[in-house]
Write a protein that binds this ligand. Structure first.
Ligand code: ADP
Ligand code: ASP
Ligand code: MG
Length: 313
């Protein structure tokens, strides 16, 4: 079994979602698909939360409605509205009720209850599009698998419980299912409340599932050809690193290379699962392979971290 993770930009609009479906269609083996919220949805939901806590309830609800309507419109444009409508309406009204109770909730707790709906909506639409294309896909709720403590917004994994739950859920999806689609970023604490793993945490979810299932490999599909010597948005001449060792990848992400979430590498390193960073814009290109071996020699790499201070004691 392999794990594929698709980030927000890979599913930001109709064309990109169709592109993801065609990448998945070209695979013959069982895949667990981990998906983030679409495009900039998470930022948009953060703004709804800001409005709620600024006591602008009406604006918050209006902004929430717009986000939900955009998802409904997208499902219509993809012709998978029949599959998605009831789910998307349910998430819309769940969001409305969460906003009704915001003043009685801890801010971080409310944040996780609302922000998680972005991933729940995107996974609904991706699964709907896959089923429409005759892919044998089923969606499972990541909260049934990813068990955490109650540290909202940066929850810690309960590895024992998560490993049992991931195996139980994925191994019992039923015969004939090739693709198990689930959400990145979200989990559940012991009392049943939704938690999240920290911004950009979907890469980490994919690594957790890869670890628990002893995955053959994990691939993260990005808008870049792989891991480059620097962020191409800042350094357009950056070049591809075809191979990286886990150690070098951990170092890069630790110092702030934003291409992979920093917590991602460790779980897959422990089981020596290769991690491929691939381009969803050019799926046949090789990308970067991160494994135990890495390269013999590395070119200079640049990581830019803004507004950082070094305090020495
Ligand atoms: P996702 O869609 O999975 O959330 P991100 O947008 O978080 O993906 O990560 C991809 C982005 O990371 C690229 O668009 C690129 O601008 C940035 N990036 C930063 N450092 C690097 C690097 N060294 N190599 C490649 N991309 C990098
Ligand atoms: N949607 C979440 C975020 O934007 C998680 C992720 O994309 O990995 O932070
Ligand atoms: Mg991202």
């Amino acid at each position: 079994m392999r794990v594929y993770k698709f980030g927000g930009s890979s599913v930001q609009d109709v064309e990109r979602i169709k592109n993801v479906v065609s990448i998945l269609d070209s695979v013959d083996e069982p895949i667990v698909v981990v998906v983030s919220a679409m495009g900039k949805t998470t930022n948009a939901i953060e703004q709804v939360i800001e409005l709620a806590f600024a006591q602008k309830e009406d604006s918050a609800k209006e902004a929430w409605k717009t986000i939900c309507q955009n998802h409904i419109d997208l499902s219509k444009d993809l012709d998978c509205e029949d599959h998605c409508h009831a789910h998307l309406e349910k998430y819309h009204s769940q969001g409305q009720s969460i906003l009704d109770t915001y003043s009685r909730k801890d801010r971080d707790e409310l944040y996780d209850q609302l922000i998680s709906l972005g991933e729940l909506m995107s996974s609904t639409i991706l699964t709907g599009s896959m089923i429409l294309a005759d892919l044998k896909a089923v969606r499972v709720d990541a909260r049934e698998m990813i068990k955490t403590d109650a540290q909202f917004r940066s929850a810690n994994i309960n590895w024992g419980a998560t490993e049992d739950a991931v195996k139980e859920v994925i191994n019992t999806v039923g015969d004939g299912v090739q693709y198990v689609v689930t959400q990145g970023f979200i989990g559940r604490e012991p009392k049943g409340r939704t938690t999240t793993l920290g911004r950009e945490g979907s890469d980490y979810t994919a690594a957790i599932i890869s670890y628990c299932m002893d995955g053959e490999s994990m691939s993260v599909w990005k808008d870049v050809p792989g891991v480059l010597t620097a962020d191409p948005r800042l350094f357009p001449n950056a070049t591809l690193l075809p191979r990286l060792s886990y150690r070098v990848a951990i170092e890069m992400t630790y110092y702030g290379a934003q291409v992979i979430h920093p917590k991602t590498i460790q779980p897959i390193q422990r089981k020596e699962i290769p991690l491929f960073v691939k381009s969803f814009l050019d799926p046949n290109s090789k990308g970067t392979e991160i494994s135990k071996v890495g390269a013999a020699l590395y070119p200079p790499m640049i990581v830019v971290t803004k507004d950082q201070y070094l305090l020495e004691f």
